[in-house]
Design a protein around this ligand. Structure first.
Ligand SMILES: Cc1cc2nc3c(=O)[nH]c(=O)nc-3n(C[C@H](O)[C@H](O)[C@H](O)COP(=O)(O)O)c2cc1C
Length: 329
């Protein structure tokens, strides 16, 4: 069953979710795109573990690394649909969005905050499809109203991410996660209905969180989604850009090893949580200060509270299971 988002179509109703700090970079996104899905390069922290760090500031290198990953992904899938995942919470969000367009991303999937100014940043690239990530109908409404009023544009699709099952940063307050109150597919249907009724628009609504196999995909489609976004499921593939030790941590972990942590970005996150004290100690005991200023708001940079998340994720990506933070489903 094909999926069309804006001007771009793929054979399968599947987006590979962006996984920051080089868990989904060129190799994974290229492979997914080559096989008929949409492949996303996560833009957060790409400069780390990259040759583009040499001789450049964090932010200069980050944009170079992003364009380099897009180039490599298109080498793998020259005709594929390759996009980027951009986090509103990062300091260089505006630049990352522009660099994604310049580097040839066909789709921008944006979350970790409301992407209210996104159409303004991509105005010179009208064919680039814009896809916000939300966890509620209300967030979809806020984005649609703002985009329509300020830019005369509406989303080309919406990803509805379930805070009870998704990995990584979550768009819901800690106390509201795991209460059993959240209904993933009621939200998917609610967002679909909102665009149909208010804007007479039939755009793909994409369910994210906890989709693992064909049966989950079929359930999502039967429950009102037009497609799914899957992330964790791709981690243990050959093509995933993480070190094998990161993949092995996924294979070794049990349900009870996974839990919620509070990120210094002020958002809850789902991760393997057994080593959270070691992660904190790595930064606090060594009195490390913030090296890059990568997040707009960061409690570690401000008050040395919690830990430096981008470097904790980078250590995990390189295979450090002791002091690395492993985001999980
Ligand atoms: C290791 C990891 C890193 C992630 N990094 C990001 C990210 O940088 N930006 C983002 O919007 N979502 C991120 N996510 C969320 C995924 O893109 C996806 O929406 C979510 O994990 C879907 O649930 P699933 O993992 O159950 O398939 C991450 C998830 C994981 C597991």
């Amino acid at each position: 069953m094909p999926l069309t988002i804006g001007k771009h179509s793929v054979a399968h109703p599947l987006i590979q979710g962006g996984m920051g700090v080089r868990i989904s970079a060129a190799k994974l996104a290229g492979a997914v795109a080559k096989n008929g899905g949409i492949g996303l390069i996560a833009t957060a922290g790409l400069v780390l573990n990259s040759e583009c760090r040499e001789g450049n500031t964090y932010f200069e290198g980050d944009l170079l690394a992003l364009k380099e990953e897009l180039r490599k992904a298109y080498e793998i899938a020259p005709d594929g649909v390759i996009g980027t995942n951009c986090m509103v919470a990062v300091t260089n969000y505006d630049d990352v969005v522009r660099a994604s367009c310049e580097g040839g991303a066909k789709i921008l999937v944006t979350g970790a905050g409301l992407p209210l100014n996104l159409p303004g940043l991509t105005v010179d690239y009208p064919d680039v499809a814009l896809v916000p990530i939300v966890s509620s109908v209300r967030a979809a409404e806020l984005i649609a109203r703002k985009w329509h009023k300020s830019y005369n544009r509406l989303p080309d699709a919406v990803v509805v991410e379930d805070p009870d099952t998704a990995g990584g940063h979550l768009g819901e307050k800690m106390e509201n996660i795991g209460t059993g109150d959240y209904d993933q597919y009621a939200t998917v249907r609610g967002v679909k209905e909102y665009f149909r009724e208010t804007w007479q628009l039939d755009i793909p609504i994409i369910a994210a969180g906890g989709v693992w196999d064909r049966a989950d995909l079929e359930y999502a489609l039967a429950s009102g989604a037009d497609a799914v976004q899957m992330a964790s499921r791709f981690v243990c593939t050959e093509e995933c850009d993480a070190d094998d030790a990161f993949k092995q941590a996924y294979l070794d972990c049990a349900q009870e090893d996974i839990g919620l942590i509070m990120s210094p970005a002020g958002l809850p996150g789902r991760a393997i949580k057994g080593n959270i004290e070691q992660i904190r100690a790595f930064d606090v005991d060594n009195n490390r200060s913030c090296a890059s200023g990568c997040l707009k708001k960061c409690s570690y940079r401000k008050d040395k509270e919690r830990f430096c998340i981008v470097h904790a994720l980078d250590r995990a990506q390189r295979g450090d299971r002791e002091t690395g933070l492993i985001f999980q489903v």
